[in-house]
Design a protein around this ligand. Structure first.
Ligand code: F6P
Length: 356
């Protein structure tokens, strides 16, 4: 069996652990297995930039961050655009899959990667997906690999900000990754003891945020920790189109700085912003993610052995299972506004900036 494997979209801790888990299963369990590493995501399949991998290529990478295969973002919407010769990226990928004699393509990626995987599957390629992303936003799986490591990192950032915020009596906004969903901000916010958590799913009222800050100060707590997702928006901003919002924010992609200025002016407190950014995606996966990645990688190997394709690996409860690509592609897993953790957070006095 000849299998191509690629990693696509933003990287995250655990990619190499999944690649290793899959490769070890395949070399142990499938007779005459051949593994072809495809460089830089779908780009490598479009350009036929591939290399035959040997078992030793997968040693020593369990705890290494990033991806040994390289990655890139290839927007789904451009996959079917035709070039001057009437060829689309989809055509090229199909052509190269056949030219390489692949029996299966394994794609490690996020929501966009899964949309393309479903498209490839619909045109006859045998594809197995594995859900990666620090955002934890892939539909149909309780957890994506990489998420919990990012929670650990973001929580540590909040912890470190806590001590300096307390020393100076400042209000600090920590901008956590997640431009569409707030899972990472919610988990790290609660774990880091944030006072206010702002998520894309719950547009905030800046005056309600100011009120919470003022109330805490009145109650003798001189500092405030605000965990704000990249994609968090005020109620006003949530009604705007992307371009209008960008202008309203003075050209900044996120609303963090604007909110910080508003708090400083209205509440009269020293306010600072911190953006850990890509630190949240770098470095070694946590033990939890090493386990989950190994489980997901080896499970994908089992699916390959059983001849199953058109599916993506998932975790439901404590069980590793799979979903049909066609069922999950194009859907997103948002934080439900009645999620249990929101109730827990509210019950211990955490505000979501919505005046409740
Ligand atoms: O998809 C994961 C993610 O980390 C988002 O949370 C973030 O907004 C985005 O990627 C940034 O990615 P990049 O800067 O690599 O394009």
């Amino acid at each position: 069996m000849k299998i191509g494997i690629l990693t696509s979209g933003g990287d995250c801790p655990g990619l190499n652990a999944v690649i290793r888990g899959f490769a070890k299963y395949v070399f142990n369990e499938i007779k005459d297995a051949e593994l072809i590493g495809i460089s830089d995501g779908y780009l490598g399949l479009i350009n036929k930039d591939v290399k035959k991998m040997k078992p030793s290529d997968f040693s020593g990478i369990l705890n290494v961050g990033g991806t040994i295969l390289g990655t890139s973002r290839q927007p789904f919407k451009s996959m079917t655009d035709e070039d001057r010769n009437g060829q689309s990226k989809l055509d090229m990928m199909k052509k190269n899959y056949n030219a390489l004699g692949l029996d299966l393509l394994v794609t490690l990626g996020g929501a966009g990667t899964h949309k393309t995987a479903a498209l490839l599957s619909s045109v006859g390629l045998n594809v197995i997906g594995i859900p990666k992303t620090i955002d934890n936003d892939i539909y149909g799986t309780d957890v994506t690999f990489g998420f919990h490591t990012a929670v650990d990192i973001a929580t540590e950032c909040i912890d470190r900000i806590h001590t300096t915020a307390a020393s100076h009596g400042r209000t600090m906004l920590i901008e956590i990754m997640g431009n569409k969903v707030g899972w990472l901000t919610l988990y790290a916010g609660i774990a880091g003891g944030a006072d206010i958590i702002l998520l894309p799913e719950i547009p905030y009222d800046p005056d309600a945020v100011v009120k919470t800050v003022e109330k805490r100060i009145e109650n003798g707590r001189a500092f405030n920790i605000i965990a704000i997702a990249e994609g968090a928006m005020s109620i006003e901003e949530s009604k705007m189109k992307k371009q209008e919002r960008l202008e309203y924010r003075g050209g900044r992609a996120t609303g963090t700085e604007k909110l910080a200025q508003y708090i400083e002016e209205k509440a009269g407190v020293e306010t600072r912003t911190v953006v850990p950014g890509h630190l949240q995606r770098g470095g070694s996966p946590s033990p939890y993610d090493r386990l989950l990645s190994t489980e997901m990688g080896s499970y994908a190997g089992r699916l390959a052995k059983e001849g199953k394709h058109g599916v993506t690996v998932a975790l439901r409860g404590t069980e590793i299972t799979y979903n049909a690509l066609a069922d999950i592609a194009g859907k997103m897993k948002f934080v439900p506004t009645d999620h249990q953790l929101l109730g827990v957070a509210r019950s211990i006095g955490i505000s979501f900036g919505d005046g409740r």
